[in-house]
Design a protein around this ligand. Structure first.
Ligand code: ASP
Ligand code: MG
Length: 412
């Protein structure tokens, strides 16, 4: 029997009517002969509301109780989806995370999946059940407490089930009809991609294209789960959406597949840093310990034993970064003249697997920015990505200029 995983995000199950529409899609797949595992999110806005209640009740909350509360939204939609399917005469039942059981580690509010035993659900399929509706986002810790997988975690639930059950595909139903070359709200030339490679999707997901939880893409890449992102508001069709797949399954690799951006970046520069072996470790160790997510790093050339060190981090971590550096200075672990924070920057990146074999991508990117008179503050590159920090006020312009320069509106 072939198993298909279908995941419905919050907007696709936002009310009873939408749950019925989603259930109809499930019915179509059942009719094709699949055993279907449906993963549901909470109704749109529900998890935010639950998180708000927790914060209001207890600002320094016990994460175990946070999980008990915020996981509940998915229980409601799982039960309602099963009921809706039963009303359509489709044999279905709901499963909460602990009933599967979806086993996780004990890292409450950001738990990692350890194992998904398949016996219980497989046995029910053998008895004639057609749809297992599973509450996304939740699992059970080694101590037997409810855990959650972090915001957006039902994508990861879906991919993990697809891997565990060796599913033919994992369809992620959302409110956008696929993955775009860039954010359509920024460039009206943005084009929906038919296919995108796992690695590219990973870069785009972590760079702020919020279609899929980054962890779900990592998992899909590791287990080679075919992922399809599609809208639950469009007519069903086999060509719908974007397939996230292995690069071997993509005929022609473009040098650049997409332009991503991240608005909330800060550029931090430590000036007059004493340049000696171990100084980078002495700076970035305390930053890591303070939970600062350092992204780009540039060390200037040393001048008479002193250098400047620049790094970027999310804007809301600037205070933490400053405190970590002041503490390290006070302890005598590092010495610097000043720490200059520039909170008005944004990161813009071009991503493409074809970059590995195409020369001149960086040159083209820099020229496009120059033509718009946009100054580049920091540059970093990887095998399939080039990122720049620029003034935030030019972010939209930069995204549009790069989209044009690489002619992303045209298909391969
Ligand atoms: N409901 C959870 C959230 O809003 C999990 C999910 O929908 O993926 O983060
Ligand atoms: Mg989501």
């Amino acid at each position: 029997m072939s198993v298909l995983v279908m995941k419905f995000g919050g907007t696709s199950v936002a009310n009873l009517d939408r749950i019925r529409r989603a259930a109809k899609r499930v019915g179509l797949e059942v009719a094709k002969g699949h055993d279907v595992i449906v993963i549901v999110s909470a109704m749109a806005g529900k998890t935010n509301e639950l998180v708000g209640w927790v914060n209001e009740t207890s600002p320094l909350f016990d994460a175990r109780e946070y999980d008990a509360v915020v996981s509940s939204g998915e229980n409601v939609t799982a039960g309602l989806m099963a009921l809706t399917l039963q009303e359509m005469d489709i044999p279905a039942r709901s499963w909460q995370g602990w009933q599967v059981p979806l086993k996780t580690n004990g890292a409450h509010s950001a738990a990692r999946i350890v194992e998904i035993p398949t016996e219980n659900i497989t046995a029910k399929f053998a008895e004639g059940m057609k749809v297992a509706v599973v509450a996304g986002f939740q699992g059970i810790s080694p101590e037997g407490r409810i855990t959650t997988l972090g915001r957006g975690g039902s994508d990861t639930t879906a991919v993990a089930f697809a891997a565990a059950f060796d599913a033919v595909r994992c369809d992620i139903y959302t409110d956008v009809d696929g993955v775009y070359t860039t954010d359509p709200r920024i460039s009206d030339k943005a084009r929906k991609l038919d296919r995108i490679a796992f690695e590219e999707m990973l870069e785009l997901a972590s760079l702020g294209a919020k279609v899929l939880q980054t962890r779900s893409v990592e998992l899909a890449m590791r287990y080679k789960v075919k992922l399809r992102v599609l809208s639950s508001f469009e007519e069903p069709s086999d060509e719908a959406g974007t397939l996230v797949c292995d690069e071997e399954e993509i005929m022609e690799l473009n040098a650049v597949s997409g332009v991503a951006y991240s608005r909330d970046e800060a550029k931090m520069t430590l000036t007059g840093v004493e340049d000696r072996p171990g100084i980078a470790a002495a700076i970035f160790g305390p930053l890591a310990d303070a939970g600062v997510n350092v992204d780009m790093i540039v060390q200037n050339i040393s001048d008479e034993g002193f250098t400047d060190m620049t790094f970027s981090c999310p804007t809301d971590q600037v205070l933490r970064a400053e405190k970590a550096m002041q503490d390290a200075q006070a302890k005598g672990d590092i010495s610097y003249e000043a720490l200059v924070a520039d909170k008005n920057v944004a990161k813009v990146s071009v991503v493409g697997i074809g970059m590995r074999s195409h020369a001149g991508v960086a040159a083209k990117m820099f020229k496009a920015l120059k033509d718009e008179n946009i100054n580049i503050k920091v540059i970093t590159t990887s095998e399939i990505k080039i990122s720049v920090l620029i003034d935030r006020k030019y972010m939209e312009l930069a995204v549009q200029a790069l989209h044009d320069a690489f002619e992303l509106e045209k298909g391969a």
